[in-house]
Design a protein around this ligand. Structure first.
Ligand code: 13P
Length: 257
């Protein structure tokens, strides 16, 4: 696995905040805090997956981070109502998208739709974060082979050359929105399974280019441990990214700033 020099810190705003004014206030506040430590961090050091309707405004305001979407369509341009295609997100200022978040899967997203979304998003040059994670664990470890199968199906239409713009986020569903994160050991075990699935698809050299994140009850207290001991290159953060202070504390701790 090639370690990035910088950790990849991604916030998922989900359906927050309530309106654009609050979103802009958040971005201004985080940029200000970031600026005060900027000599210890890269020019842009975080990613925020925001409600789609905010992307064009927020991406103009956000100096120190990248702005992206929480989902994208896999259909081609034309006659489909109520969905947004990658080229539209890019033109609004998005640089990345999440795909296959468990809360999107729960709304009925199929494996086939997911594979089209991932392929189109990567072809369109959006940095693409595919989310995978088990609902529960079984003693026999069947969840590991199910996760590997999920990775293989979701990436079945992706060409090798696009693997360098792909990130996989391991988000165990049982750890999202609660108070019990995975242990770093549990995380590490799944990272190995994800890499095995990637290598079986495209071989080890292409598989190495893919970065892996952990998400599920990440806090300022546990954030760094996943990067140091859990085998991941970064984090996908829900609730703690929806508050300026806690998000900035996580960013600072991951950069040692
Ligand atoms: P929490 O960090 O609130 O558990 O949410 C994780 C998540 O769903 C990020 O995508």
């Amino acid at each position: 696995m090639t370690k990035r020099t910088s950790p990849i810190i991604v916030g998922n705003w989900k359906t927050t905040p309530a309106n654009l004014n609050q979103a802009i206030k958040f971005i201004k506040a985080i940029d200000k805090k970031y600026s005060s430590k900027k000599n210890k961090m890269p020019k842009k050091g975080f990613y925020l997956a925001v409600p789609e309707i905010f992307i064009s405004e927020i991406s103009k305001e956000c100096v120190h981070g990248y702005v992206g979407s929480q989902n994208v369509s896999g259909v081609s341009i034309g006659q489909t109502t109520g969905t947004t295609i990658p080229s539209q997100l890019l033109s609004a200022g998005a640089t990345f998208t999440l795909i296959g978040h468990s809360e999107v899967r729960a709304q009925g997203e199929t494996a086939d739709q997911r594979s089209h979304k991932v392929a189109l998003s990567l072809q369109s040059k959006l940095l693409t974060i595919l989310c995978v994670g088990e609902h529960k664990r079984d003693k026999e470890g069947k969840y590991l082979s199910e996760l590997e199968e999920d990775v293989r199906k979701s990436l079945s239409l992706v060409s090798r050359n696009n693997f360098n713009n792909l990130i996989i986020a391991y988000e165990p569903v049982w750890a999202i929105g609660g108070d019990t994160p995975a242990t770093t050991h549990e995380c590490f075990e799944v990272v190995i399974a994800i890499r095995r699935a990637l290598a079986s698809l495209v071989g080890i050299d292409y598989a190495k280019k893919v970065h892996v994140l952990y998400g599920g009850t990440v806090t300022k207290e546990n954030a760094l441990s996943f990067i140091q001991e859990g085998g991941v290159d970064g984090l996908l953060i829900g609730r703690a990214s929806q508050d300026v202070v806690s998000f900035m504390e996580i960013i600072s701790s991951c950069y040692g700033a």
